[in-house]
Design a protein around this ligand. Structure first.
Ligand SMILES: [Zn+2]
Length: 333
């Protein structure tokens, strides 16, 4: 997408929605101009084509000038809007896409395994996965068309912003699972585009592990510190809960998808390696110890975590308004 094309979309968005020119990011002169235009091109085109499948006639997406790490989905009358803060994009770009040191002296085994096998640099690939996952989560909220879209569903929230509501937890659970399924589907398509029928189990597992670490890092984007575990509190489920159900959904989908193609991938090995590689990635490149804290919580609280996840699953099951249900309907021939 050119800057001119971006600006046309910007002008149309300002004309149709109650936002001013100052609200929408102007990438001109930004050192990340090329990356931002490339990402927005993917978001915009995917939004238009995906919304067509779900009967959403007037979808909008824009990059907000807000420099905090946040994203939101909302509706204004019949118009559905995804807002990605430039602070979030800058963070994704600077951490991952421009994070070329990720491959230097790495002892990340999944990355080593993929080096020289992909058609793009590993940091670029990592950025694309993170970018896709971020976008698909918000798209999931639009597809849900919940009543909460009227007030806007914010990804970053603190404990003081509204109390617990089980419906919010169900919507987050569903948007996460929707995004995870889109990402899993992308990884299978990507592998097949690169290698066709040449099925290399080690590369498939490394790709799955790498994508799993992206999910982990995305869920950590919106928290400063991992608080003590909570269940029925806050607008979003605790990151440990989100990570556990996301990885369970992700690994189960991929295990079945690859099994159908004749490759048996080891669920347990992949699951644990996602944590080990996430911890490694944070300690060596991203800073922080949140993945390690998540693993600690998951190890010590597993029965209660699984019980709460089962409660969310049961509540979401069979609900025709949710994004995963609608996605499955579109896949039925
Ligand atoms: Zn959300």
């Amino acid at each position: 997408m050119t800057l001119e094309e971006y600006n046309v979309i910007k002008v149309n968005t300002i004309a149709d929605l109650p936002f001013t020119e100052a609200d929408i990011f102007d990438p001109e002169g930004s050192p990340m101009l090329v990356e931002i235009l490339k990402s927005f091109d993917f978001y915009y085109k995917t939004l238009i084509s995906e919304c067509g499948h779900y009967g959403i006639a007037q979808p909008y997406i824009f990059i907000s000038s807000d420099t905090s790490k946040n994203a939101s989905a909302g509706s204004i009358g019949t118009k559905y809007v995804i807002k990605l803060n430039v602070g979030l994009l800058n963070w994704l770009i600077s951490k991952f896409q421009l994070g070329t040191t990720i491959m230097v002296n790495t002892d990340l085994k999944a990355l080593e395994k993929l080096e020289n096998k992909l058609d793009i640099e590993i940091n670029e690939f990592y950025y694309q996965l993170a970018s896709h996952f971020t976008f698909y989560h918000e798209l999931g909220h639009l597809i849900q068309r919940s009543v909460f879209l009227n007030v806007g569903i914010q990804e970053r929230s603190n404990h003081n912003q509204g109390g617990f509501n089980i419906e919010n937890h169900i919507l987050e659970y569903d948007a996460d699972c929707y995004s995870v399924l889109c990402l899993a589907n992308h990884t299978v398509d990507y592998y097949e585009r690169l290698f066709q029928d040449d099925l290399d189990k080690e590369v498939i597992e490394a790709l799955t592990i790498l994508s799993g670490t992206v999910i982990c890092q995305y869920l950590l984007t919106f928290v400063n510190d991992i608080d003590d575990i909570y269940y029925k509190e806050c607008l979003h489920p605790h990151p440990a809960i989100r990570l556990l159900y996301s990885l369970m959904t992700f690994c189960t989908y991929l295990k079945d998808a690859w099994h159908n193609k004749g490759v048996g991938i080891n669920f347990e090995t992949i699951f644990l390696n996602i944590f080990y590689e996430s911890i490694n990635l944070e300690e060596n490149f991203l800073g922080g110890k949140n993945s390690a804290k998540l693993l600690e919580i998951i190890n010590s609280e597993r029965p209660d975590l699984l019980r709460y996840i089962a409660e969310l699953q049961t509540a979401a099951s069979g609900r025709v308004d949710l994004a995963v249900y609608k996605r499955n309907q579109t896949l039925i021939p």
